[in-house]
Design a protein around this ligand. Structure first.
Ligand SMILES: NC(=O)c1ccc[n+]([C@@H]2O[C@H](COP(=O)([O-])OP(=O)(O)OC[C@H]3O[C@@H](n4cnc5c(N)ncnc54)[C@H](O)[C@@H]3O)[C@@H](O)[C@H]2O)c1
Length: 276
């Protein structure tokens, strides 16, 4: 069965690299036009160029999503330049780990800002257009299903030592997902979440890898995992390997496609069977 998303317009945050890039690629290979959002301009340009080279329509919106105006600008540009907004994937994120006694207020808040405040602002920004468009389509007798996918983590489901801020943000976005599923069902929007386990991006590289030192919002943050912790966690994965960004994108694709038209308010765990 081939699932076509031709004629659909998608917005993917954190699309410059990693899982977001794989999601944007899969959506665009399936025919969707894609608005790519990321704070890292070079990575964003690379993704956009690759999608356009593959024959797809892709626009890029560069900016730090934790700035209140960026989600609004992203939604406005997607609607204006793609002509619609049918799929929203709130994927941008990063880790900033430490045990609670070493976690500062601004560090904890930064995790809430990117993992739940940003998806909230993005969906609030999209709500007027989505509601008005859905009402018009229903009145015309041609309802259209739209899709929201919020990215969470098994850390948000089970908790994870060293991630009080990250796991709190990732748990909170599950609450946002379930609430929006109830508010937006009447507008034909499926709102779901995907919780990843270990997926092979810079977020789980060993901490001495230079890729793990990232800059977000003018600050340098160390992502990555301690090699021994990664090794131990990898050994408990029932499927016997960490996931690839493509594995992750396929789980998200289910919720972006008509296959999930009668599924809403759910969290799909994509972790090779692992739980923390
Ligand atoms: N990799 C994993 O093992 C794993 C596990 C569970 C959940 N996740 C989640 O998956 C999502 C994608 O992570 P990834 O592993 O692909 O990481 P990644 O670092 O490879 O990609 C994340 C992208 O988000 C962008 N980004 C981060 N903060 C931003 C901001 N403020 N504004 C705009 N863009 C921003 C980054 O620039 C980057 O391009 C995140 O939400 C992450 O928490 C990842």
């Amino acid at each position: 069965m081939h699932i076509s998303l031709a004629g659909r317009a998608a917005l993917v945050t954190g699309a410059g690299r990693g899982i977001g890039r794989a999601i944007a690629t899969l959506l665009s290979e399936s025919g969707a036009a894609v608005a790519l959002v990321d704070v890292d301009e070079a990575a964003l340009e690379e993704t956009q160029a690759a999608l356009i080279a593959g024959g797809s329509k892709a626009i890029s919106i560069s900016g730090d999503l934790t700035k209140p105006e960026i989600p609004e600008q992203a939604v406005a540009r997607a609607v204006k330049e793609l002509g619609s907004l049918d799929i929203v994937v709130n994927n941008a994120g990063y880790t900033w780990d430490s045990v609670i006694q070493k976690t500062r207020d601004d560090q904890f808040q930064a995790m809430l800002d990117i993992h739940v405040v940003t998806p909230f602002r993005m969906l609030r920004a999209a709500s007027n257009w989505i509601r008005e468009t859905a009402k018009r389509e229903t009145a015309e007798g041609r309802p259209v299903m739209r899709k929201v996918v919020n990215i969470t983590s098994i850390s948000g489901i089970d908790g994870n030592a060293g991630q009080s801020g990250y796991s709190a943000g990732k748990a909170a976005v599950v609450g946002l997902t379930k609430t929006l599923a109830k508010e937006w069902g009447r507008y034909n929007v499926n709102v779901n979440a995907v919780a990843f386990g270990l997926i092979d991006t810079r977020l789980i590289k060993p901490m001495d890898d230079p890729d793990t030192l990232i800059e977000v919002g003018g600050k340098q943050v160390h992502v990555g995992m301690q090699a021994a912790v990664r090794e131990q966690a990898s050994r408990t994965i029932p499927l016997g390997r960490v996931g690839t960004p493509d594995d992750a994108a396929k789980a998200v694709f289910f919720f972006c496609s008509p296959l999930s038209d009668y599924v809403t308010g759910e969290v799909l765990i994509c972790s090779g069977g692992a739980r923390f």
